[in-house]
Write a protein that binds this ligand. Sequence first.
Ligand code: KG4
Ligand code: ZN
Length: 354
Amino acid sequence: MKILAIETSCDETAAAIVSKSPRENYVKILSNIVASSLVFHSQTGGIVPDIAAREQLKFIIPVIEKTINDSRVDIKDIDAIAVTQGPGLIGSLLIGVETAKTLAYLWNKPIIPVNHLLGHIYANFIITTNKQLLTTNNKRLEVIGQKLEVEFPALALLVSGGHTDLVLLKNYKSALWIGGTLDDAAGEAFDKIGRLLNLPYPGGPSIEKIARIGVANRFVFPRPMIGSHDFNFSFSGLKAAVFREVLKLKKLDKQQVTDISLAVQKAIIEVLVRKTIKAALKYNIKSILLGGGVASNKLLRNTLEISSQKLGVKFFAPAKNLCTDNAAMIGAYAAFNYKKVEWNKITANPKLYF
Ligand code: KG4
Ligand code: ZN
């Protein structure tokens, strides 16, 4: 089965063609293109929905055209068009959804609407030519173009710019939300704190980069809800604590910015990992899957990998280019959940959740 997937939920314009055979528990990428309006948004220090949508309007057709050309797949051999239905920015979602509907009508193909959040989790079921991180039987494998079987029940930690969720997977088709953030998402906390520290947008990769030269324990920030009895998170208190520290110090020098970055990264990751392991124990989890833009953070990948190893649980994280927004993950979800609708039966839903 071959699927053309389209993703425009935030500031990326992405398309991919993926394939899956019914007997295989993984998806192959035939082509994968992502165009980003990050250059504009690094200047504005955050995403301006209007600018994102205007750029997507410019890019959507060239990106789809290049994806199809790169894949060498004939349009008649595409079985379905998958598209992100939500959550996301309404203007951005509409561009992807309306383009998918138009193509589905013209080419007489069914549409598979996809929840962007589930897409991030299904990035773990893609084989790529980039490095993927898998840990099994305490052996660490950086594999290329090879896939190990996910064992169920699995637990996914989804950490993106807008969401932080723990999701239980009983098999390849069932996802049950067990907890999430009550306020800011982990990526949002990185981005807002990055802005406070005058670091380039997005804050996550900037904080990770600068934290490498930071000195440990010069600053210590709270780990909100780390001991709570549920699987929820809260990161707005951490942001407020950094804000107070920055106000107190008045003018930050470069070393203070790096030391604060190190302390912030540590606090966020400690909470994420502690809660994930707690849920893994409670639900007798066999595999832990990481997903979302923050999953490209090396310290988070390493810390969660080591903690999974200690539990004897398999650990999976997508190749780094599949952690941030892309269409291959949307195609992957659709390939495992092949629920087709007609072109006129889908609408963008910015508030879609689990
Ligand atoms: O999944 P994603 O590309 O978009 C959403 O669906 O939100 O995630 C973007 C988020 C941003 O908040 C960004 O700061 C964060 O992922 N991020 C990182 C890293 N790379 C991206 N956070 C921490 N460390 C990173 N290396
Ligand atoms: Zn995303």
